[in-house]
Design a protein around this ligand. Sequence first.
Ligand SMILES: [Zn+2]
Length: 556
Amino acid sequence: MDRKSYFKFIAFNMCIFLIAFLLAFYLTPSVYHRTTLQSIKDLDDTFLKNTLNAVDRDRLRNFLRSYASKPHMAGTQKDKVNAEKLYKFWKELGYEAKIIPYRVLLSFPSGNREETNLVRFKKRNNSWWTSRALEKQLDGISNQSDHIVRPFNAFSGSGNVTGTLVYVNYGREMDFLYLRNKFKVDFRGKIAVAKYGKIFRGDKAKTAERWNASGLILFTAPKDYAPKFAGKVYPDGILMPSDGVQRGSLKLEGDLLTPGWSATDESFNYRLNIDEAQLVKIPVLPISYGDAEILLQGFEKEAVQKYNLTSDWEHGLEFENIDASAYYRYEKSNDYTKQVTLIVNVTKEIRTTYNVHAILEGSIETDRYVIVGNHRDAWIYGAIDPSSGTAALLEISAILAKAKKDGWSPKRTIIFCSWAAEEQGLIGSTEWVEQFSNIISARAVAYLNTDIAVLGTSTLRGGTSSGLISNVLLEAAKRVENPNKTAIGYGLKTVYDSWKKYMPDRDNAKRPYISPLGSGSDYQPFINYLGITSVDIFYMYDPVRSIFLIFIYPTF
Ligand SMILES: [Zn+2]
């Protein structure tokens, strides 16, 4: 996507979001019937039009640059700098703004880059092969490798283990069971190698530990993250390059030492011991598919006979034409002796991280809240995840601050939220929900999440926790002109038209598909702890290409 169209689409995503939340003002929640346009009939069309016209692409561009130009992982100095910058921005717009610090358990890789957080084995010529410490620098600009966190899984165990490898597909319970039942694989003392995907990475780690594997290596399989039919890898295309590594946390439940209460000094000031936090003990490390290819190919190349594993087990590595099950046959023959060493060194330490909030008071139902949020931390630069969403959040807040100065005010109170430490486990949003659970559960109308605003330029994708708000989303999409001029030429006049074409509802092709929300971003505590109706939307590329992955390439 060229830069010009990127900002065009980020602007249009923001429009949709804006309409959705304007409509949400008039939503009357009911457990008995779905919302209809009748309940939003007093929407002020002139205000809506003026608001959409006020979207400023240059300002959006500057917001994005400002938050994505340097690595800004939670708990680092840059995290604090960004929180203070945002606080100042909201204060200057005239908002009642607040920074809330939380002291929470965070996780970082440690130790010498040459000696830890790697996989290695001795080659036939007695020299060592070692996995890459960092991705190649591809753009020639971002020379900040000291601040780029090396690949790791937050809250992994630390350790130095040596053993033979066992490929466990997606690392699900069913995959381990299958290997045990079909090939009599004994996982004790072995290092499991699993593809990312299908289930949460933390559950893969728990499952590998329960089956007594001594360690787990995760990789982004080309089959799922860079299939040949889908185009080229970055920088020639949008797909994951062979040395890209997905960082990620093994936990998704807020601060691990204050479960159920907030990690503030003012609240119930008690923390669990770290050994009460139920962390996995085995070392877990993510690697690139370029490295996975070298690790796994040793035995597969020598295999001759195929078993009938389902295509589910394919990985798309260069030797795909050899069935992965051949490995288990080979391993059983006792000829296989390739010993691999996995060394992981990951700290768990209490550090301070920061939510930032801005409040726009409502004029009629002041004590009813529409909450709009996005996290601010990124594993590295985070231009797409989360800063495209942050740029949209800031643009909305700037436009509404101006409207407020011109005499407008919302009927209900809007709370803008910039969450801390989402990548480490939805920490800022969870702590806030825990801190203010009584107030939020009594007063919140809806939570609108904009983690990623723009992932591609083909269609909107929307998810919600409740059918109550589906019609609001659909009606909002009908009111925004399609940002893609070529699509308009094909008769897809609105965002709704493209959405319906690219993502039709499977049960009713006459309307777009709205996915149910599960977990994976800051709506989780709102839905799962308090049952607050939540929405998450973003613009994405053509789902027919079925790829859902560009944002995980961390230096984007
Ligand atoms: Zn995110």
